[in-house]
Each structure stands twice: as structure tokens, then as C-alpha cells.
Design a protein around this ligand. Sequence first.
Ligand SMILES: [Fe+2]
Length: 430
Amino acid sequence: MQVDELLKPFPIKEFHPFPRALLGPGAHEMIGPEALKLGFRRTLVMTSGLRGSDIVHKITESLKYHGLEVVVYDKVESNPKDYNVMDAVKLYQEHKCDSFVSIGGGSSHDACKGARISLAHDGRNINDFEGFNKSENQKNPPHIAVSTTAGTGSETSWAYVITDTTTDPDNPHKYVAFDDASVATLAVDDPVLYYDCPVDYTAQCGFDVLAHASEPYVARLNFEPSMGNALYATKLVAEHLRTAAWNPQDLSGRQGMMYAQYIAAQAFNSGGLGIIHSISHAVSAFYDTHHGLNNAIALPRVWAFNLPVAYRRYADLAEMMGVDTSGMTVVQAADAAVAAAIRLLRDVGIPERFTDIRQDTYSKNRLGQGPTKFYQRASVIKGDDGDIDRVTHHVLGDACTPGNAKECTFETVRPVVDHCFNGDLDDLIS
Ligand SMILES: [Fe+2]
């Protein structure tokens, strides 16, 4: 019997693995001993550098103290590019490394996952592995993923996201690859390493968590084992993101958001995502803007777009967002979820439209500074018809789109994209 024949009567869903994890204040002290236990001898540290903090220095020195040889690749870019992955592969091969430690947010972890996949296939270009479970060889180098942000969840997920700059330099393509072989060996989520994260970046990453929590809760996949994590992660974001952003040395906020990151990623790992992520990937592809920032701008619009097919689920999310829904109809409660998301976005100071993002206003903004001619020219987000069309086309080709709660066509998604660029959030509040 063919698989698709089996799927009709028995809609089989798949649970994807998580790595072992160390969580909580002080967990980073265990990186050296854990690396030794895993048999690391010469490890490649992959990071963006985290300049302005001493985290990379502290961890590399600790690894050396435990007797490891350390090689550092610290040029991972935000929205990691294919050449970041391939440069790291080359460095790994040149130094005959046997393992990886990634330190940072999603970019460092994702580039590292890509490098491991490439190395398992004799250094083949990472862009060959776009899609689902493309690894032919499941064995790749061991990897400790150390988080310094609370957003990505890449330390525990089977996803990695890469920008392909090779196919058409004037039309970059950002894709998400899902691969069980990419899962790290050990995840480390230590809120102490998150204290140095700036306010704006904390806020933006927090909305990545909210997207990871809410998209599987309403996704077509309807993966029941994800629902508890999705709801609880939403509650943690609502309770802790403001504190994490505005009181950065308060452990409760930092720790709450790190747990939210961890369990939200476990929700989407098997529960799927939706077009918050597809819009975010598309805008990053063309403007190199930050993933969490893009998610934050897209989230209220996509929640409003999806409401008619999932009122009950959005009413549940409203409750988790802290709305007192007693006395409300399900539809009123679902509407209140959108209002609560907009309130949170405004409370943590996130710009409300893509056209509000300027070259010099946000710490992770690389408008006009990117490494290729394309990015150098993309210094202003125009939000014109051309922008909206190409982003909409990119959205429809994204691996996250089929999971979206509501069916997506060019005609239905284009107005959502247009609103992300040019619309007023107050339009969404009844
Ligand atoms: Fe994400």
C-alpha cells in the first residue's frame, strides 16, 4: 500500500525528536564537562561574535580549561547566509575538528546545523538540503547549542533557516529546512547568558516565541501533543516579556522567557507553523531584517486573518494572554486575543509596520548594509506593489505555509502582506 493511501484512513502524525537539555541559571558552567563527556577534542565554535559581551570569550576559555582545542568561526550573520555555512565547513575541515558548539540565537545555531548536515555529505552545498528530511547520511558531528536569546528555539528544534544567495543574486531566497538529523546533541538554555540582550532585540525575539507558540495551536496539522506546550508558552510570554525587555537583570523575566522559548519550539517542532513565519522569511530574504521583528509585525495581522477558521483556539490564546474572557462570546474573546497581541507589541516598543523600520533605529537592522549588491540597494522598505507581490509569492512557496490555519492563495494573502507593510494596527481592533 502506498503511503498516501495509508494517510487517508489513518492520518498519521509524526513526533520529531528533541535533544537532551540543561536549563536554568548556571547551566553554562556545564558546557566544558559536557563537551568532554561527549568526546569533544577539537571543537569549532560558531557564533556571530556577540560583540559587547564576554560570553564567547568565557565559554571558549572554559572549553580550553577542560582540555579542548578550540577554533572559532565568529562571522555568522543575522539571517545566516549559505556562505556562512560553507565557510564554517571549510574551517572545520582545515582544522580537522570533531565537534561543534554554537553560541547565540537562531542564526548561530541554524548555521551550525547546516554545517553539520553539509559535512555529513562531503561538504556538499547546504542549499541542496532545503525541504523535509533531506539528509541521506544521518550521522553528523556532535553539537552543543548554547542560547543567549529567548526566541529561536533552534537549540531544541529540527528546523534551520538559511538564506540562499547563489541562485539569483538579485532575488535572494530564504528557506526553512526541517531535518531530524539537524537536531543538536545537547541544548543549553541559561538565563544568565541572556542578561546582556538589548531591549529591542529581547522584545523582537519574544515575538518569535509567541509565533512559535500560537502557530501550532491553530495549525491545520492539529497535533494534539503540542497543545499544552503551545498554551503554556503563550502564557509565559504574556507574563514575562515586558519584564525581560524593561528589567533586564530580573531573573524571573529572563528565566520565564527562556522556558517559553524552549517549550514553544517543542510545540511547533511537530505541530507546524504558519504564515507569520512565511511572511517573516520573505521579508528577511529581501531586506535582511530581523526574524523576530518581522514575526512581531506579521503576528496580529495573521491572527486576524486566521480568526474565522479557529475562533475557539484564539479565544483560548486570549485567556493565556491574560484577558478575562468570562462574559465574552467566543468571537469576542478571539478578537480580544488580537488586541492583547497589539498591546504587547506596543508595550515592548516594536514598530508597527515594515515601512516603519528605518536604517538606524534597531540594533539588528541591516538595511542597506548587507554583503551583496542586492542588500546594499535595499536600504529603504518601500512597501509598494512590487514589494507586496514578491513577498506574497515568496510566502506561497514557503514550507511553513501549508500548515497555516486558513487556506492561502495569492488573492487572500496579498492583502495581509499589504497590511503588514502599510496598514494601521488599530484597524484590527474592534
Ligand atoms: Fe521563528
